[in-house]
Write a protein that binds this ligand. Structure first.
Ligand SMILES: NC(=O)c1ccc[n+]([C@@H]2O[C@H](COP(=O)([O-])OP(=O)(O)OC[C@H]3O[C@@H](n4cnc5c(N)ncnc54)[C@H](O)[C@@H]3O)[C@@H](O)[C@H]2O)c1
Length: 334
């Protein structure tokens, strides 16, 4: 191969020529969250090829070309391909992120989205697995806890390959509100939000939150801590009110953070919605708990010992999510 040939071939094409197995990631839904997630994945070069798929004719193609036109400015070499509903182009994906569906409108609960998004998520996941039978599925579409349970019940793949993204975002929002209260760098904070991904079902674990190992309860008074927790719980709705639709920067970044931990086998701890088999006192449900994310998907659940009040809140959250899951049975989706 002469120098000219090397110049005209991207790393992607060279890898194809030498039959190197391409690390491919698919993001379904090229809307606000999907495109932001894809952009984060491309910028961080988490894959050699990123396929962005949408049902809207030309939409994913347009977003992909726009992203590729940032490559020469940002210096990444992930190849971003946009496709309209052509799942054959997603074949061989290691991870598929599902963001397709309707976003929440002002005043609309995530629960109201269930009827529409359940059909979309089920169809999309089945199509993904047809072409990438080993893919790890990250579910972002709302109501996320129920959509993750739908994936678990209907796809017939090992539970460790089904990850719902909600707590990762809610925990980032928790750290944001804590950082405002403490006037500190959010990166110096540790804190988790467990339970459901709903305004009333999530549980910011204030008792375990720390600022560089120092419990935040030693730095903030109870009223401030309560306000931080309350602001976190309505964090999504606050942005929906301001933006007129649900947020995308942090949700997209949260999805990409999970992808990164999988493809780089980082084994980082995130709160994710996963199938519980007795952990945290719950079974036959997908709910947000701290998990290790690595190349096998979610690899283990970390058991934070909950006090009586936290466990009661977790059980209440499970009841609400279970109630929503029952709609899937009524709709004969599982
Ligand atoms: N889990 C979370 O933390 C979290 C956070 C934010 C948003 N969300 C949810 O993510 C979803 C996407 O939000 P958004 O703001 O990106 O919405 P959006 O409307 O901007 O994008 C959704 C995209 O999905 C596409 N789509 C619809 N049906 C499809 C199908 N069958 N196949 C392929 N693509 C299809 C649409 O054409 C659209 O481009 C919503 O359900 C929203 O509620 C979840």
């Amino acid at each position: 191969m002469d120098v000219n040939e090397i110049f005209i071939n991207s790393k992607y094409e060279l890898n194809q020529q030498i039959k190197h197995k391409i690390m491919k990631i698919t993001v379904v839904g090229a809307g606000a969250v999907g495109a932001t997630c894809a952009d984060n994945i491309a910028r961080r070069e988490l894959a050699e090829e990123l396929v962005l798929l949408d049902i809207k004719e030309g939409f994913a193609e347009g977003k992909a070309i726009d992203m590729m036109q940032t490559a020469a400015l940002l210096g990444f070499d992930t190849k971003v391909t946009g496709v309209t509903n052509d799942y054959s182009k997603t074949a061989g994906s290691t991870v598929a992120v599902i963001t397709s569906g309707l976003p929440r409108k002002p005043g609309m609960t995530r629960e109201e989205l269930i009827g529409i998004n359940a059909g979309i998520v089920k169809g999309v996941a089945e199509n993904i697995l047809k072409f990438s039978p080993e893919a790890i599925i990250i579910v972002i579409s709302n109501p996320m806890d129920t959509m993750t349970y739908l994936a678990l019940k209907s796809l017939g793949i090992p539970k460790h390959r089904i990850i719902g993204m909600g707590g990762t975002l809610d925990s980032a929002r928790f750290k944001y509100y804590l950082s405002v209260a403490l006037q500190c760098n959010p990166n110096d904070l540790q804190g988790f939000v467990i339970g459901g991904h709903g305004d009333t079902t999530m549980i910011p674990l204030t008792r375990y939150a720390t600022y560089q190992s120092l419990p935040v309860s030693e730095l903030l008074d109870q009223a401030t801590l309560d306000k931080v927790a309350a602001d976190t719980m309505v964090g999504g709705a606050t942005l929906t009110g301001l933006l007129g639709t649900s947020a995308w920067y942090a949700p997209g970044a949260a999805g990409a953070a999970l992808v990164e931990s999988i493809v780089r086998n980082e084994k980082k701890l995130f709160t994710c919605c996963v199938a519980l088999d007795g952990e945290y006192g719950q079974t036959d449900i997908c709910l947000g708990v701290p998990v290790i994310i690595g190349s096998d998907g979610w690899e283990s659940i970390i058991d934070y010992k909950l006090n009586e009040q936290e466990q009661a809140a977790f059980n209440k959250s499970a009841d609400a999510v279970r109630n929503m899951n029952s709609v899937l049975t009524e709709m004969k989706l599982i």
